[in-house]
Each structure stands twice: as structure tokens, then as C-alpha cells.
Design a protein around this ligand. Structure first.
Ligand code: ADP
Ligand code: MG
Length: 318
């Protein structure tokens, strides 16, 4: 993917950057600002911030803080920077809030499923059960004063895949606003944050090519985050195995949902809760959504689509 900061073809005042980081394609389109040079600089800073978060937080970067934490599991604590500390603390909070449906210690399970996905096989129940014993976010021990983290048990590991893009989107938003930007569409691999004017956010059809929506919701000065079973999956004997694991069973979650999209102010909270609600299902997830003051669009196994009351008038089925 090319990396560029350029004038948009459609809108001559717009600025745009598209780049790869956090395991996805990120696009930031700035459409309104107080001053062009300051806006361009803010956009560059925002991109650099996302790249830096990738370096520090990705478990696929062998030298990242998270990789060092994983490598020291059951042995010792490791120093972590502000971003990692905040995300580990928030992850523990969302895990407790969701009765563990959200658990970043699912990394060991994700790794097991990734190996089998490459081979086109399914892990045995014994493999799943053994690995499941390593999943518990209460085993992430944080020392606020020393700014260190430790995983209690040898073999445990964490990944921030379900929350990092949300945090990154909030950081991009903050940097752009500080730079005098008054209109922007931030899209970090489907984690969307809108500054200013109302924008349509598509609800992806789970069985159609990426970019073909089932409907859309209009959001203004807000964020929208989706968790779904169609982003990464493989099939064995007609069964779909996707990338969101139910920490209670060790298997890809089957809660009756194909996707859930949450709308609210903090992309970090939306990211964590969309994963949690996807695992919990609509019925058990709804109280969490209401408690957090969010709106939601659900797509079910039967491809029924329904939304929370606050979205009536903003959501359009196509
Ligand atoms: P995406 O990143 O594809 O938009 P999510 O935000 O739902 O979707 O995050 C999914 C990623 O989070 C997985 O790829 C995996 O790394 C990790 N993960 C999988 N299951 C869970 C879970 N139950 N709780 C926390 N993280 C999870
Ligand atoms: Mg998420």
C-alpha cells in the first residue's frame, strides 16, 4: 500500500493519508480546518502516532512492549510505557465489566486457532481446553507506581487487537482537533471517528464483498466501531471459524450475531465493548450498551438487522 499525504481528487481543500499499521489499512481524510499548513502538520503527527502505537503495542513486532511482556510471562515483570499501561488497565476493566467475554489473554487461544487456520484444520478439544486454562485477565498484574506489568502464569499472553485501534482513533482525533481541524473522517480499518459534519457509516453485509453495505448510519462528531465474523475467518467442512474467540469456551464465539456496530464518543470503549457484545450476543450485551450510553446496530445469523431506539431516523436499511 502506498503512503501518501495529498490533496483529495474530489475536494481540492481536503487532505488525505492512507497507510498500513495496526494490521490494517488506515485512512484519514481531512475536509475542513482553520489553517492549511497546521492541518497538514497535524495529519502527519497523527499518522506518526498510529505508527508508533503499532511499534509499541503489536504482538507481531518481536521487540514491542507487549511481546516482551508475553515473553516474560510467569517469570518477571517488565516496564511498559504510558500507552501500554493504559490499555492493559482498560482491558482489565472491560473484562470485568463484560464477565470476561472481553479478555485480552485470549492471545494463547488466538495463536492456537491461527496455527490451525494455516493448516486448514480444527484444534482438538484437549488442545482448546489446555489453552483455555491460560485465559484470565485477572492474571495481568499492573504496578501503577513502577509502571510495570506481569503475566502470572508461564505461557500466558495478551494481545490488544480488540482495543488498540479504538485508542489509536481517539488519539488521531485529539491530535487533529489540536491542529485546528474541524472536519475529518478517520477510518482505522473499520474503526471510524468523525470530526464535525455528518457522515454515512456503512454497515457491511456479512456475506458480500467488502464495501457493500446492508445499511448505513449517519454520525456527526462521534465514532462507530464494528466487530463481525466476516473480517477474518476460515472454513472446514462448511463450518466457519472466525477470529473472535469466546473466552468461556475457547471456540470462535457463536452468539447469534454476525456483527455488532456501536456508536458513541470514545472509540476505545466502543472497540472493547463491540468485541464483548459480539461474544455475549444481543440480549446479554444490551445492558452493557445501555449502561455505557451507546447506540447499536445488530446483524443476526438470519441477517435480520435491528438497532437501538436512539438510532431511529439515523439508520437506513438499503
Ligand atoms: P477487529 O480488530 O477485526 O476489528 P475486534 O476489535 O473484535 O475486531 O478484535 C478482534 C481481535 O481481538 C482478534 O483478532 C484477537 O486478536 C483479539 N481477540 C479475539 N477474541 C477476543 C476476546 N474475546 N477479547 C479480547 N480480544 C479478543
Ligand atoms: Mg474490538
Amino acid at each position: 500500500m502506498q503512503n501518501f499525504l495529498k490533496q483529495s481528487d474530489q475536494n481540492p481543500v481536503a487532505l488525505e493519508t492512507i497507510f498500513e499499521a495496526l494490521g490494517t489499512t488506515n485512512r484519514i481524510l481531512v475536509s475542513a480546518y482553520r489553517e492549511r499548513i497546521a492541518a497538514g502538520e497535524a495529519l502527519k503527527r497523527a499518522e506518526e502516532r498510529v505508527r508508533a502505537l503499532h511499534e509499541r503495542l503489536s504482538v507481531f513486532q518481536p521487540e514491542s512492549e507487549l511481546s516482551l511482556l508475553n515473553a516474560s510471562a510467569g517469570c518477571s515483570s517488565v516496564p511498559v510505557g504510558k500507552d501500554a499501561f493504559l490499555l492493559l488497565r482498560e482491558s482489565k476493566r472491560f473484562s470485568a465489566l463484560s464477565e470476561k467475554a472481553f479478555s485480552i489473554t485470549t492471545r494463547a487461544l488466538s495463536a492456537l486457532w491461527e496455527i490451525h487456520a494455516r493448516c486448514g484444520t480444527v484444534p482438538s478439544r484437549a488442545e482448546v481446553e489446555h489453552t483455555l486454562s491460560l485465559v484470565n485477565d485477572e492474571d495481568i498484574m499492573l504496578d501503577e507506581e513502577a509502571q510495570t506489568a506481569e503475566l502470572r502464569i508461564f505461557g500466558q499472553s495478551v494481545d490488544l487487537g480488540a482495543i488498540a485501534k479504538g485508542y489509536a482513533a481517539d488519539e488521531v482525533r485529539r491530535i487533529l482537533i489540536e491542529g485546528g481541524i474541524t472536519g475529518a473522517l478517520i477510518n482505522l480499518g473499520g474503526t471510524v471517528s468523525v470530526i464535525g459534519e455528518s457522515k454515512h457509516v456503512g454497515i457491511q453485509h456479512p456475506d458480500r464483498t467488502t464495501g457493500i453495505p446492508m445499511g448505513h448510519v449517519s454520525i456527526c462528531d462521534a465514532c462507530a466501531v464494528t466487530s463481525g465474523d466476516y473480517e477474518r475467518y476460515y472454513e472446514v467442512d462448511g463450518t466457519r471459524y472466525h477470529h473472535i474467540v469466546d473466552p468461556r469456551t475457547g471456540y470462535p464465539s457463536r452468539s447469534g450475531l454476525r456483527s455488532v456496530t456501536l456508536i458513541g464518543e470514545s472509540a476505545l470503549a466502543l472497540d472493547a465493548l463491540s468485541t464483548a457484545v459480539f461474544v455475549l450476543g444481543a440480549e446479554k450485551g444490551l445492558p452493557l450498551i445501555q449502561q455505557a450510553g451507546l447506540e447499536a446496530v445488530f446483524v443476526t445469523d438470519q441477517l435480520d438487522v435491528f438497532c437501538t431506539d436512539g438510532l431511529r431516523g439515523n439508520f437506513e436499511l438499503l
